[in-house]
Write a protein that binds this ligand. Structure first.
Ligand code: RUG
Length: 836
């Protein structure tokens, strides 16, 4: 056709419906094309990593199609959306998850086989995306998977740190930290959106000017930084619906300081620009601890400022009436970290949209909801007023105004009660005035939730009782959950096959309530045999991994006893290792006849300590020193091994969890808000040895205490036990004395290294390790006894798996959607049958 006869734009929409095909040949061609054109490699250097990358890019192409279709559909239907604001997303690997959720496992498997690769091997080529510390960040990722699977119109927002969670090494038993520059080999899972940029201001000053509608405030000057969007598509399982996590990266603002430049200060002007890139450089590696650093507050504000620009821009596409905002937008705050977003939305409504105070405040509180994840005092964020005043001067003015009006409400409820005003105020008075971010989050939200029934009780009645008295309907519980896609289907293919076979359906993947039906077959010897062999397979897989990473050979017939999570005093890895020492000393003393009755164990630890958390790092050293002695003692070789797997992360958890026989959830009662690994283990048929803390309480209700090993002080006994400890009335268990003595005599290395640990127990055993020790040993003895009757053990394991419906993040997300956000599913009516 001569060019003049071509009609301009005639093909635009025709081409748009031309979707990628998902058959094996098309996938294979896609992989080869990406290796050639995206990676610029030839068949002569087509190694496993490039096969992984090529595959990842073909998956990404398909995700982009689904993403576009979903977002167009949402724009057209304009449903109410939820935005999940989280400073952390612990995503782990994406390739397997995306392929499974898109239902393309078999196609990818055969496409790659012909190219000379096993799909399962390529999963191992991927580096974990570790933009989170632990439970809080992983929860956000499980929630994103469920939201997409349930077809809720939802986006996650967060930060794109250049350095994720540090890589942990263990040298001479000590933790070392190496920066995790996770983007070094590129990241096929993100889409850079250079067209989505916003400017964020820091510092500067506020000027007041008179106007016909009252006084106006202009926030001017200071430093400007650009926020650039990076999108990670989140595919739902067996649906076209593909949601998004939008992460912000900081870049220098284009405006250049001409004065500095003309004054010959070119280099220092460039350096100032470079500083703005630092904002999203690094994830703060603290879990459950407030750091108080200005850069962290900068991260928080940068995050919410860009996010709100984006949310408001999207809202304005279809709406001009601000009263509609809370009917179209729900914002969930994942802990207090994004709380300054409450003030930022308020500022924009008042200063930029010129809405009156009361109306603007209504919009804000109807929009926001806040999830509390901890009641540990050291984790509660309180920013000095002086810091906020300097960094965000207009926000500080507004916080004062918000607090003033809030305190008027307090006086109405409790006239003349200064004590109430002081304890409820958003500002904490004292030598240094501070903004209590949790108070700000409660005042600025219509709903506050804890993350397990017991935790929510404590939030309401112990931590914020006066807020609960003021607003009884504001407080809710939303017990956490985890996604069965990643934590059963992908992590444990053997168990998935058993479920498919015995339930005669794979519906459990999205409707976990189906697993209840497994109980019918609990006495069937065939099921018991299959269960054993799957566990055995998973233990061998873990044993190989341990051998590769730690050089330790473990007996796969032994009981695998697993304790994996952040290293923290309240989580009490110390209680575990003291118990291990006792076990070791006992075996050493036994006669050969008695030894024949010993249950062989492999005790597995994994977890990172915050780099500045000296005591937690000492605990790591103690574990490794004990492991060193035990693992080199030929006498106990068949009975006991202790392994500390370094650099714990999501993909390592996917190998450890399915292989465990028991898992330790032994925090001091009242300290662990929920826990989520307890849920993953239960799904995988691992029995909990644990305290009645966090979500263990609800797991016990579902599974039955007789199918777990519950021990220890209860929450209501903690205050009394602490008092007893302070009064020095605790009688130290003789078995524990023997353990202490051995540490002091140097059985596990120079005693001076461990003296601070023993001192911490003797002088201020805040986490009550000594009082729970004898109860813990009793529970461990029960574990040994049950292990000796294998079929009874397996039945309990099956009961655990079949009682886990409630701990699916699908259940959690439905509850949030219906009881907090008021949103509904918006299923994409796909124009192409090949996708679902
Ligand atoms: O410590 C809590 C866990 O108990 C909980 O399961 C998880 C998810 O809700 O959040 C953890 N957490 C709490 N991580 N950081 C905090 C405080 O910022």
């Amino acid at each position: 056709v001569p060019p003049t006869e071509k009609k301009k734009g005639s093909k635009l929409f025709a081409l748009k419906t031309d979707f990628l095909k998902n058959d094996e040949d098309s996938i294979q061609k896609g992989i080869l094309d990406h290796v050639e054109y995206t990676l610029a490699r030839t068949k002569y250097n087509f190694d496993s990593f490039s096969a992984y990358q090529g595959s990842a890019y073909t998956v990404r192409d398909r995700l982009i199609e689904r993403w576009n279709e979903t977002q167009q559909y949402y724009t057209e239907k304009d449903p109410k959306r939820v935005y999940y604001l989280s400073m952390e997303f612990l995503m782990g690997r994406s390739l397997q998850n995306a392929i499974y959720n898109m239902g393309l496992k078999d196609e990818y498997h055969s496409a790659l086989l012909e190219l000379g690769f096993e799909l399962e091997d390529l999963y191992e080529e991927e580096k974990d995306a570790a933009l989170g510390n632990g439970g809080l960040g992983r929860l956000a990722s499980c929630f994103m998977d469920s939201l997409a699977t349930l077809k809720y119109p939802a986006w996650g927002y967060g930060l794109r740190y250049n350095y994720g969670m540090f890589e942990q090494g263990i040298y001479d038993g000590y933790q070392t930290e190496v920066p995790d520059y996770w983007l070094v080999a590129g990241n096929p899972w993100e889409i850079e959106r250079l067209d989505v940029q916003y400017t964020v201001r820091f510092y500067g000053h506020v000027t007041e000017r008179k106007s016909s509608e009252g006084n106006k405030f202009d926030w001017e000057g200071g430093e400007l930084v650009q926020a650039i969007a990076y999108d990670a598509p989140i595919p739902g399982y067996a649906t076209t619906n593909t949601n998004n996590i939008r992460l912000w990266s900081s870049k220098p603002h284009k405006e250049f300081d001409l004065d500095a430049f003309n004054g010959g200060n070119y280099l220092s002007a460039v350096e100032a620009k470079q500083r703005s890139e630092n904002i999203t450089s690094v994830l703060y590696p603290n879990d459950n601890t407030y750091s108080g650093k200005e850069l962290r507050l900068k991260q928080q504000y940068f995050f919410v400022a860009a996010t709100l620009c984006d949310i408001i821009r999207r809202f304005k596409k279809n709406h001009s009436n601000w009263a509609d905002f809370p009917n179209k937008v729900a914002i969930q705050l994942n802990d207090t970290h994004p709380t300054i977003g409450i003030v930022e939305l308020f500022r924009k409504l008042i200063d930029e949209e010129h809405i009156q105070w009361d109306e603007a405040w209504q919009i804000v509180t109807k929009t926001y909801a806040y999830t509390n994840h901890t009641i540990l005092p050291e984790a509660l964020e309180m920013w000095p007023v002086s810091l906020i005043e300097n960094l965000l001067p207009r926000h500080m003015q507004l916080i004062y105004g918000i607090n003033h009006r809030f305190l008027l409400q307090v006086t109405q409820k409790w006239p003349g009660d200064i004590g109430k005003m002081r304890s409820l105020s958003i500002i904490q008075e004292g030598d240094e005035k501070k903004v209590r971010m949790a108070h700000l989050a409660i005042v600025g939200s219509h709903c506050v939730n804890g993350v397990a029934a017991m935790h929510s009780e404590l939030v309401r009645n112990a931590v914020f009782p006066d807020f609960a008295a003021l607003w009884p309907n504001k407080f809710q519980n939303k017990t956490n959950g985890v996604t069965p896609r990643r934590w059963i289907q992908q992590a444990n293919p053997g168990l998935s096959s058993i479920l498919n076979k015995w339930l005669k359906t794979d519906k459990w993947v999205t409707q976990l309530e189906c697993v209840k039906d497994l109980k019918q077959h609990i006495n069937n010897p065939e099921l018991i045999e299959e269960w054993k062999s799957v566990k055995q397979f998973n233990k061998e897989r873990l044993a190989d991994f341990i051998h590769k990473t730690c050089g330790i050979q473990v007996n796969t017939n032994a009981l695998f006893d697993v304790h994996i999570k952040r290293i923290h005093e309240y989580k009490r890895q110390l209680l575990n290792i003291l118990g291990v020492i006792y076990r070791y000393l006992s075996i050493k003393k036994m006669s050969p006849k008695d030894r024949a009755n010993v249950v062989s164990r492999v005790v597995v630890f994994a977890g990172k300590a915050a780099p500045g958390y000296v005591m937690a790092k000492r605990h790591i050293k103690l574990i490794n020193s004990v492991a060193e002695v035990i693992n080199n003692d030929k006498e106990v070789d068949q009975y006991l091994k202790v392994v500390f797997i370094p650099n714990y992360n999501v993909s390592i958890a996917q190998v450890i969890v399915p292989a465990s026989d028991i898992n330790q959830q032994i925090s001091t009662a009242g300290t662990e808000a929920s826990g989520t690994s307890n849920m993953k283990f239960t799904m995988n048929g691992s029995l909990i040895i644990g305290t009645l803390d966090g979500a263990n309480v609800e797991i016990a209700e579902e599974v039955g205490q007789e199918n777990m090993f519950i021990f220890g002080l209860r929450t209501h006994e903690i205050a009394g036990a602490r008092e007893k400890m302070r009064q020095k009335e605790v009688v130290i268990d003789s078995r524990l004395q023997e353990v202490f003595l051995n540490i002091e005599l140097g059985t596990f290395g120079p005693p001076e290294i461990f003296k601070p640990i023993l001192d911490s127990l003797m002088y201020n055993d805040f986490y009550l390790t000594m009082q729970d020790f004898p109860l813990y040993l009793d529970a461990q003895a029960e574990v040994d006894a049950l292990w000796k009757t294998q079929d009874a053990w397996i039945r309990k394991s099956i009961i655990n798996t079949s009682s886990t419906y409630f701990f699916s993040s699908d259940r959690a997300m439905k509850e949030y959607a219906e009881e907090i956000w008021n949103i509904e599913p918006c299923e994409v009516e796909t124009s192409d049958y090949r996708r679902y």
